[in-house]
Design a protein. Structure first.
Lengths: 324, 332
């Protein structure tokens, strides 16, 4: 036993040729967030506090698809969603359709703690944000030139797709050279086995206005109970139908699998290229499996292990710090 | 075993003093909708078509809390949500925050079949509805006088009406789960400060397994009386209010927040899949072990043509039918 923390900045088709100017800032952010999370756990902050603060940090970074740096809807707007769950009480909070709230994860926490509900969305969520006096900003805060470019590419690719292939019902095409699907998340457990999970995202590039993904759906993108805490990333639609986060916990509870076994089981059964997750167990174990090209991730455990990575271990990453 | 089977529900949590004519009215609607579904299954329609068809019937009828007859938000408007899941391929579709769509479950189906996504909400969902040309009406169509009265009472009691038909043994239970329920004592026959005789039913749902052994589930609701605008409950959340896979299909009703925390629908299936429980065993286990103090009910079918249900509330409007001719409609 002992504390453990894992965080991710999204799983996807992250090419091995990712240029250093796109790679370095992301790795630096992962490292920074890991350090923040570890320090908080060492200072005996609750796992719920820890996952929230780490996700806030990830949201504030323009490198990842959450908060600042969120991908854009087909209308060029941001619609952010987030979810937080306390494994100890199974209380949870979720928000969707936010366009001005700087830290969606914190609003999700307020929904959990200050309303009789679990999930608020769109205008109602924005109204609640104002009531609660959380920090809001103009859309220019969230929109990055990178994402404007991504949206443009996605729209162009879609046109090409319709021209040359059998029209798929608006499938989101992948744009070479960048991770299209991303999300940020953090899971943590303290020395008492208390678990928490938090996930936040801008969603899918070029998504329809009003589209909700897996992130705010308890049991899909986010879940925590007394066995484990899970935060998933990837293609929302696949994660929803596979109830990824809940299944990891259910496999541990109902089938007696270990954390690693349960997580691997779920990943293997989800279509390739669609999902990654980070998870910790009540015993302080960590696992970060994915079936995509890569997943921006980092983890640390009380016994001194830590890891920051993008691709499967052993490939192209010189960033493992065992026994740091 | 084998053969088709179908179950419907019109909400868990029933006023034990519900007047007989209201009970009969509810039973009549359930019987009629069950008949529609059974006829479809007999004719070889796939389960996913059948559950959509039956839930459409339930939405259109004002007796239950979905479509017409939906509970009202604190603003007095209607915000409806629904989801549908086809166990064949575990495809799913969901919608929330609908204000003009006559049949939310059908829009959920269109999200599943005709959009690249699984879940659309609020303005985006309404836009999609217009794009798809589904029937839309003014928000006032969904509002019934009865629910306007209910909302007024709920506001006066300054509470969200969760399951105001359940007698309160002590103040603690409901405040623990509701957070802002003002408990009153009146011979134990009050909840949320409202007299137990107030009647307004809940979510509707249907689960079915067709002659091919494929299961499907659909759920639809107006949500909680006096809810905050923008509040989403369990009904549109895959794994919470609705779930279907190769093994079974489940639709839940009751305290949305409790159903979400316990991912109730998925848990029934997971208990079968991962723990090897039978359908009714899984239903009983989930209700007993997963809900904590939450109040809920659910219906389920298995690929083998079994039907099951369970509830920890005072009643659940329900009905079921199987290929061998069995049919039942019940409240208590």
């Amino acid at each position: 036993m002992g504390w453990a923390i894992a965080l991710h900045g999204g799983a996807g088709d992250i090419p091995l040729s990712l240029p250093v100017e796109r790679r370095a800032p992301r790795e630096a952010t992962l490292r920074h967030c890991l350090e923040l999370g570890v320090a908080a756990l060492k200072a005996n902050r609750s796992p719920l506090d820890v996952v929230e603060l780490v996700v806030r940090e990830l949201e504030n970074s323009p490198c990842f698809n959450a908060g600042k740096g969120s991908v854009l809807t087909t209308n060029g707007t941001v619609e952010m969603e987030a979810c937080i769950m306390d494994g100890n009480t199974k209380k949870c909070g979720a928000v969707s359709g936010l366009s001005t709230v700087v830290n969606a994860i914190s609003l999700a926490r307020l929904v959990m703690e200050r309303t009789p509900h679990i999930y608020l969305a769109f205008d109602g969520a924005e109204a609640f944000a104002r009531e609660q006096g959380v920090e809001t900003a103009h859309s220019s805060h969230f929109i990055t030139t990178e994402n404007v470019e991504r949206l443009k590419n996605a729209k162009e690719a879609k046109r090409v797709q319709i021209d040359y292939t059998q029209p798929i019902k608006g499938a989101i095409p992948s744009t070479k050279g960048d991770s299209q699907i991303g999300t940020v998340g953090c899971v943590a457990v303290d020395g008492h086995g208390i678990l928490a999970s938090a996930t936040s995202t801008g969603g899918l590039v070029n998504k329809m206005v009003g589209r909700i993904g897996d992130t705010p759906i308890i049991g899909a993108g986010t879940y925590a109970n007394s066995y484990c805490a899970v935060s998933a990333t990837g293609k929302g639609e696949s994660i929803i139908q596979a109830t990824v986060a809940r299944d990891v916990a259910a496999l541990m509870e109902y089938k007696g699998l270990s954390l690693k076994e349960a997580a691997a089981y779920v990943i293997e059964r989800t279509p390739k290229g669609n999902v990654g997750l980070v998870a910790v167990s009540a015993n302080g174990e960590v696992t970060m499996p994915f079936n995509t090209t890569g997943m921006f991730r980092a983890c640390a455990t009380e016994d001194g292990y830590s890891e920051i990575g993008i691709w499967p271990s052993g490939i192209n990453d010189d960033l493992e710090y065992p026994n740091k | 075993m084998g053969g088709w089977a179908i179950a419907v529900h019109g909400g868990a949590g029933v006023d034990p003093k519900l007047p007989e004519e209201r009970q009969e009215e509810a039973r009549r609607v359930l019987r009629r909708c069950l008949g529609v579904g059974a006829a479809g299954l007999r004719a070889g329609r796939p389960a996913v078509d059948v559950v959509e068809m039956v839930v459409r019937e339930l939405e259109t009828d004002p007796v239950f809390n979905s479509g017409r007859g939906s509970a009202l938000t604190q603003e007095g408007t209607v915000e409806m949500e629904a989801s549908i899941m086809d166990g064949r391929g575990r495809r799913c579709g969901a919608v929330s925050g609908l204000t003009t769509v006559k049949n939310p479950v059908s829009l959920a189906r269109l999200v599943m079949d005709r959009s690249p996504h699984s879940y659309l909400a609020f303005h985006g969902a309404e836009d999609f509805a217009r794009e798809q040309g589904v029937e839309v009406v003014d928000n006032s169509y969904f509002i019934t006088d009865e629910n306007v009265r209910m909302l007024k009472l709920a506001k006066e009691a300054n509470s969200i009406v969760y399951d105001y038909r359940v007698p309160v043994p002590s103040a603690d239970t409901c405040s623990a789960s509701a957070g802002l329920v003002g408990a009153t004592t009146d011979g134990g026959m009050q909840m949320n400060g409202l007299p137990i005789s107030i009647y307004a039913p809940e979510t509707v749902g249907c689960v079915a397994v067709d002659s091919g052994g494929w299961c499907a589930a659909a759920t639809s609701t107006g949500g909680l009386m006096n809810k905050m605008s923008g509040r989403i409950g369990d009904s549109p959340l895959i794994g919470s209010g609705t779930y279907a896979c190769g093994a079974c299909a489940v639709s839940c009703t009751g305290e949305g927040e409790a159903i979400i925390r316990s991912t109730l629908a998925r848990d029934v299936a997971a208990l079968m899949e991962y723990k090897g429980l039978g359908l009714q065993e899984a239903v009983d286990y989930a209700l007993k072990e997963r809900l904590d103090e939450g109040k809920a009910g659910l219906i389920a079918v298995s690929r083998n043509g079994e039907v099951a249900n369970g509830f920890n509330t005072v009643g659940m409007f329900r009905g079921c039918a199987t290929e061998d001719g069995f049919m039942d409609v019940a409240i208590w």
